[in-house]
Design a protein around this ligand. Sequence first.
Ligand code: URA
Length: 330
Amino acid sequence: MTHASADNPNAPTADEIRVGVGQLLQHLQRVGVAYLPVSDADAVAQWAAAFAPPVATEPVASTAATSGSLAEEASAAAVAPSAVVPQEPVRPPSDAAPPPSAPAPPPVAPIRPPEIRQPAAKPAPSSDQGPTVYTTVPQPIADRQASLEHWRQQVAQCTRCHELACTRKQTVFGAGNGQARVVFFGEAPGADEDREGVPFVGRAGQLLTKIIEATKLSRDEVYIMNTLKCRPPGNRNPLPDELANCRPFFETQLEIIQPEYIVCLGLFAAQSLLQSAPSIGRMRGRFHNYHGSKVVVTYHPSYLLRNAKMKGAVWQDMQMMMRDMGTLAP
Ligand code: URA
């Protein structure tokens, strides 16, 4: 419903003001503002006089009668902290953002805002530089799958990488358990994954399944995802811009799951996650840190398909993790 002022056809409509207030609140949350001070009643009254939509015509009158005026809503939002913080995860910018009049996104479990940040239960496992904890407390387990599903839908609409968006059959978000202890983190979907919408289902995926089972886990118990959510055409390497565009998505997935361990499969995964450039050989054999998750760096299953003798090295890396998890005798 839109209502321009009768006096001034250029005045913002009620819907435009509503959208503007929503965008301002989202911006405030993104920059870390969780609470607004209690508002000055006089200022609110002035604001209401200047911006409240006219009450004369019937549709506006019915809105005011049922849900309070826009000024009241805005003023209530300014006073009530819980109304100020949009109760959904901060969304990475997306070309596919819904239009202002689109229906509200499906209810998802909130990622709590920064003011309730708490220290991680465990100390950081290595001396790597970088944040030592996730920025939010873990979501209740029951809510994580719903949050992941919400993000899967966001990712499915992404058009940030023009070439990938034009050539993919579908996005490949990730699959598995929202409360996984271990996340396996690969590079990018191939042709099989692009067709099925599920990560690691081709030949490399079958080998990954064996690696997972060797760690006494199943695919259903872990979570599997990639740095890129779209297949690079011809399976070429991901480009720096593409990795940067997709980064907020994998960061959000990890923030939701907050796994104990992240296994980086291959150089792109390791470099993308840890934002450092050494070779796999130099990164193997110790735990790295990503926001408190212990990061294991190992070879990509596709590389093992071409260099079977490196399987022993991957098995060593998995054993290092299993000993730490308590699933293999020291
Ligand atoms: N290789 C990857 O890195 N990811 C997949 O999903 C499949 C192959």
